[in-house]
Ligand binder design. Structure first.
Ligand SMILES: Nc1nc2c(ncn2[C@@H]2O[C@H](COP(=O)(O)OP(=O)(O)OP(=O)(O)O)[C@@H](O)[C@H]2O)c(=O)[nH]1
Ligand SMILES: [Mg+2]
Length: 329
């Protein structure tokens, strides 16, 4: 990776240069300690300069049409005068290079648009996804003038919660299906979603999609009202026929308006900052401890003993934590 000085990144972001934005995100994603230091300096320097924005997370099972939707919807937003950044996140890091390439071609129009920036998933870092740099990437995009940030994630495991913690509006995308299919959607995810979009509401499936909407709305009725006062909306769309984008945008825009007026919009972002801070501190502490030579040696020794049944897990844990305590005293 090519490295530059701080001023290069700062000026480039302020000049809304997409090439330098990409380089800045690469810097932020780098695991090298010096790079991380510079990334933090960069974030400190530029964060005040970010544009007011809307951050939208989109989740849904593979093949539901997220990328196709973002291609069309992103173009629609650009026509409304927005600058659109798309970030893909994949904490499971199972995704192959082929799929990322597939995404690029699926968002062909958008990726070539000067008002758009697309960052296919660099995936990578695990540890519960804690070290994921997508939050920082969102901020950098905003500094570079993007005011609609879309984060796409495959709906597996904990990725939904992770994304929900870094966006304003959380959108769940599903396909038309029978009531039985709808019951398969995890309740937690449904409750988390601010909006549910039924994609592929076209051709043979248009009728089924309308029925799904009815079923969903009555299912949602049974949920307790959210503390924010917002109730989950359901919209139909077809990424293929490019229909429904306007109602999806209306839904997001009215959510934002309502949350700004009741004060919850920025409160939610502050809460997210707190979570972000905690994640980073926890991660940093663990990393420093893991790098500590004495602890490393002891840990390896204890791991071996546990593996060979020479020591119980509780005894090994106590010994390990005692050593940590001694070190910190
Ligand atoms: N009929 C119809 N097909 C669609 C629509 N949107 C997407 N598809 C098709 O569904 C398939 C999957 O679309 P993608 O956009 O790649 O879905 P995805 O959710 O991004 O998939 P992953 O990134 O693999 O999770 C493709 O073959 C699309 O052409 C739609 O509105 N109607
Ligand atoms: Mg996709």
């Amino acid at each position: 990776m090519k490295r530059f000085d701080l001023k290069y990144y700062v000026d480039g972001l302020k000049a809304q240069n997409n090439v330098i934005l990409a380089q800045a995100i690469t810097l932020v994603e780098s695991k090298r300690v010096e790079d991380q230091k510079m990334a933090d300096q960069l974030l400190n320097e530029v964060i005040q300069d970010s544009t007011p924005s809307i951050r939208v997370g989109i989740t849904g099972t593979p093949g539901v049409g997220k990328s196709s939707f973002i291609e069309g919807f992103g173009t629609y937003l650009i026509d409304q005068g927005k600058k659109v950044a798309v970030l893909a996140i994949d904490p499971s890091s199972q995704r192959t290079g082929g799929s990322i390439l597939g995404d690029k071609t699926r968002m062909e129009t958008l990726s070539r648009h000067p008002m758009a920036y697309i960052r296919p998933s660099a995936s990578g870092n695990t540890l519960g996804g804690v070290n994921n740099r997508t939050r920082e990437a969102v901020l950098l995009c905003e500094v570079a003038g993007f005011d609609a940030i879309i984060v796409e994630t495959v709906g597996v495991g904990q990725s939904e919660t992770l994304v929900n913690n870094m966006v304003d509006f959380f959108l769940l995308m599903i396909q038309p299906g029978s009531g039985d299919d709808l019951q398969g959607i995890k309740k937690g995810i449904m409750e988390m979603a601010h909006g549910i979009v039924i994609n592929k509401a076209d051709g043979d499936q248009a009728k089924l999609a309308r029925q799904s909407k009815k079923d969903l709305l009555s299912a949602l009725h049974l949920f307790a009202a959210s503390e924010t006062g917002w109730s989950t909306q359901v919209e139909l769309c077809s990424a293929l026929e490019k229909t429904g984008f306007e109602s999806v945008w209306q839904m997001i825009a009215s959510f934002q308006k309502e949350m700004i007026s009741n004060g919850l919009f920025y409160q939610n972002r502050s809460d997210q900052n707190l979570t972000w801070f905690e994640d980073r501190v926890n991660f940093g502490i663990l990393q420093q401890l893991a790098d500590q030579p004495h602890l490393k040696a002891l840990r390896q020794e204890l791991e071996l003993k546990v593996k060979q049944n020479e020591l119980s897990v509780s005894k090994a844990t106590i010994e390990m934590l005692d050593r940590v305590k001694q070190l910190l005293a």
